[in-house]
Design a protein around this ligand. Structure first.
Ligand code: SF4
Length: 501
C-alpha cells in the first residue's frame, strides 16, 4: 500500500516559488510502517498516473481554486484501484463534492496532522469511514515537515509555520472561521529546528506561512486594560511574549537568512515589535491593505486599517524598520468607482511598498461574504457549463467569469480592465526600477526586477487575462524565468549547521 500525496495544479512551471508545506507535513504524519510517501506537487510537473497501483492510497489536498483539477485526479486514481482521500479547506466546507465529483472514498475535515495516521490505519484494516474530522490541533502538536523528501533544487522559498488562526474577522476571508480566532502557536524550538534543517539544505529565503504573524496588537492590550480584564491581559501578554521569544531565536540564526510573513497593518504602530522583526531578519511581509478608502474598509469589516495619507504613513513605517511590504489590494468593492483604480495605483507607488497584488473581489466559500451572496443568489437561474455562479470553481476554467458579484456602478469588464491596468502600471519596468532603490547592489536590483516580473507573470496574467494566448505566453515566460531565477535565491548548503543554544 503506497501512499501518494498530491497538490493539484492546472499549470506546471517546472520550478516553484514556495514549497507546499502541507504535503511535507502529511508526509511526516504518515507512520514509518507505510514507507516514505510519494510527494507530487503539480506546480512542478503533472501527476504520472502510471505510478498508482491498485490498493495504493492517494491523498489529495485542495482549496477552492484547484478543486476541479483535484477531482480529475481523484476520479483517475479511483479508476486505477486506489483509495482516494480528500482534505484541505475546500472539502472541509463541501465534503459531498469530493464524493460526487472526485471519486473520494473518504474526506478529512479540519487539520490532518493527527488524524491522518487513523485514516491510513483504517485503509490498511479495510474499515475506512467516509468522514474524518481532524478539528483544530494545538500548536504543540503541529507536525514538523519531512523536508528530507523535498526536491530542494526546484523551489526558491522554504516554508515554516509558526502559528495558525487569526483573531480578526474580515468578511472576505475564511481563515478566522476555519483556523479559528484563537492563535495556536508552535514552540520556538520546533520552528527553529525546521529552519535550521532548511538552511542546511541551502534555503536562504523562508516564508513564515502564518495566517497572521502579529496576533496581539497594542490596541488589544489597551482595550483589555480599559476593561480591567486581568485574565485577558495575561493571556495576550503570554502570546506576545512567545512571539518575542521566537524572534529572538530567529535573530541568532545565520545572517544570510531572509524571512517573509503575513501581518496586519496595525503592527506599524508597534515599534518594539517592528524592531524585533528587523533583528529577526524578517525582511518582508504581506499586508492586506485591501482598500485605499475608509468606506471600502468599512464594507469588509476591516476598519482597523487606515486609508489615504495615514495609510501611506503606516506603510512607510514598515520600510523604516527594514520590513518590505507586499501590499494586497482588492478591486470590485461596492464602494469602488472608476477613479479608485488610479488612486490605488498612485498610492501603491508612493507608499514605498516593494511588491503588490491586485485581486478582484471573489466571494470565497467559508466567508461571511460568500454566505450572504449565496443567499442572495438562491433564485438566480444562470448556469454556466451546467453550474450555478455560486459554484464557480466547478465551471471549466476557460468559461469561468472573472467577476461574480454585480457592482452598483462598474461593469465586470471595467473591473477586470481596471485591475489589469493597475498591475501593468505597478509592474512596468521604470516603476519597478524606481522601487528597486530599496536594495543597494546592482545584483540585488536585478534580482528585484526579475522577481517583480516573475511574480506578475505567475500571479497576475494567468488570473485576470481573458484570452488563452496571453495566459499561455505568461506561463511559458514564467517557466523560462523561474529556473535561472531560483539560483539567485539559494545559498551554499550548511550541512553542519546546528540549532543555536
Ligand atoms: S484577512 Fe488577514 S486579518 Fe483578516 S481575518 Fe483573514 S487573516 Fe485575519
Amino acid at each position: 500500500m503506497r501512499i501518494h500525496l498530491v497538490n493539484p495544479s492546472d499549470i506546471s512551471f517546472g520550478t516553484a516559488v514556495i514549497t507546499p508545506r502541507w504535503l511535507y507535513v502529511l508526509a511526516a504524519a504518515t507512520p514509518p510502517r507505510h514507507g516514505d510517501p510519494s510527494v507530487i506537487d503539480e506546480t512542478l510537473d503533472p501527476m504520472d498516473f502510471d505510478s498508482i497501483a491498485p490498493g495504493d492510497v492517494v491523498g489529495i489536498g485542495i482549496h477552492t481554486f484547484n478543486a476541479l483539477r483535484g477531482y480529475e485526479i481523484g476520479r483517475e486514481a479511483r479508476k486505477r484501484g486506489a483509495r482516494v482521500i480528500f482534505g484541505g479547506i475546500h472539502p472541509t466546507l463541501f465534503p459531498e463534492e469530493s464524493f460526487e465529483l472526485g471519486g473520494a472514498h473518504a474526506v478529512v475535515k479540519g487539520d490532518g496532522d493527527l488524524i491522518w495516521r487513523d485514516v491510513l490505519a483504517a485503509c490498511e484494516a479495510g474499515t475506512l469511514l467516509p468522514i474524518y474530522d481532524g478539528g483544530r490541533v494545538s500548536g504543540t502538536t503541529f507536525q514538523p515537515a519531512r523536508w528530507d523528501l523535498l526536491p530542494a533544487a526546484r523551489y526558491m522559498f522554504g516554508s515554516v509555520q509558526t502559528l495558525r488562526g487569526c483573531p480578526k474577522h474580515c468578511s472576505f476571508c475564511s481563515v478566522w472561521r476555519t483556523d479559528g480566532q484563537q492563535p495556536r502557536q508552535r514552540t520556538a524550538d520546533a520552528v527553529i529546528k525546521e529552519i535550521v534543517e532548511l538552511r542546511r539544505m541551502g534555503f536562504r529565503f523562508i516564508l513564515l506561512s502564518d495566517d497572521n504573524f502579529y496576533p496581539v496588537t497594542v490596541e488589544d492590550l489597551r482595550l483589555a486594560e480599559r476593561q480591567g480584564n486581568r485574565a485577558r491581559i495575561e493571556s495576550l501578554m503570554e502570546i506576545r511574549r512567545e512571539r518575542f521569544e521566537l524572534m529572538e531565536r530567529l535573530a541568532k540564526l545565520p545572517d544570510d537568512l531572509v524571512f517573509y510573513t503575513q501581518i496586519t497593518m496595525e503592527a506599524a504602530e508597534d515599534t518594539e515589535f517592528l524592531r524585533a522583526m528587523n533583528k529577526a531578519k524578517i525582511r518582508g511581509a504581506l499586508v492586506g491593505v485591501e482598500s485605499v478608502t475608509a468606506e471600502g474598509l468599512k464594507a469588509i469589516f476591516k476598519d482597523f486599517n487606515y486609508a489615504g495619507d495615514k495609510l501611506v504613513a503606516r506603510l512607510k513605517e514598515f520600510r523604516k524598520h527594514g520590513v518590505h511590504i507586499l501590499g494586497s489590494f482588492i478591486f470590485g468593492l461596492p464602494t469602488d468607482k472608476l477613479e479608485t483604480f488610479d488612486a490605488t495605483a498612485e498610492l501603491a507607488q508612493k507608499s514605498d511598498i516593494a511588491f503588490a497584488q491586485f485581486i478582484m473581489l471573489t466571494p470565497f466559500p467559508g466567508t461571511v461574504d460568500f454566505a450572504k451572496w449565496e443567499e442572495k443568489m438562491a433564485s438566480d437561474p444562470t448556469r454556466i457549463g451546467g453550474h450555478p455562479l455560486t459554484r464557480f470553481w466547478l465551471i471549466p476554467r476557460e468559461q469561468r467569469p472573472k467577476v461574480y458579484t454585480p457592482h452598483p456602478s462598474l461593469s465586470p469588464d471595467e473591473i477586470r480592465r481596471g485591475t489589469q491596468s493597475v498591475w501593468d502600471r505597478f509592474y512596468s519596468v521604470p516603476a519597478i526600477w524606481e522601487r528597486a532603490r530599496i536594495v543597494k547592489s546592482l545584483k540585488a536590483r536585478i534580482l528585484f526586477l526579475v522577481m517583480s516580473k516573475l511574480y506578475r507573470q505567475m500571479y497576475a496574467n494567468t488570473g485576470i487575462a481573458t484570452d488563452s494566448a496571453r495566459v499561455s505566453r505568461s506561463t511559458q515566460w514564467a517557466r523560462l524565468m523561474a529556473r535561472p531565477a531560483r539560483k539567485l535565491f539559494v545559498a551554499q548548503p550548511m550541512p553542519d549547521l546546528q540549532v543555536p543554544n
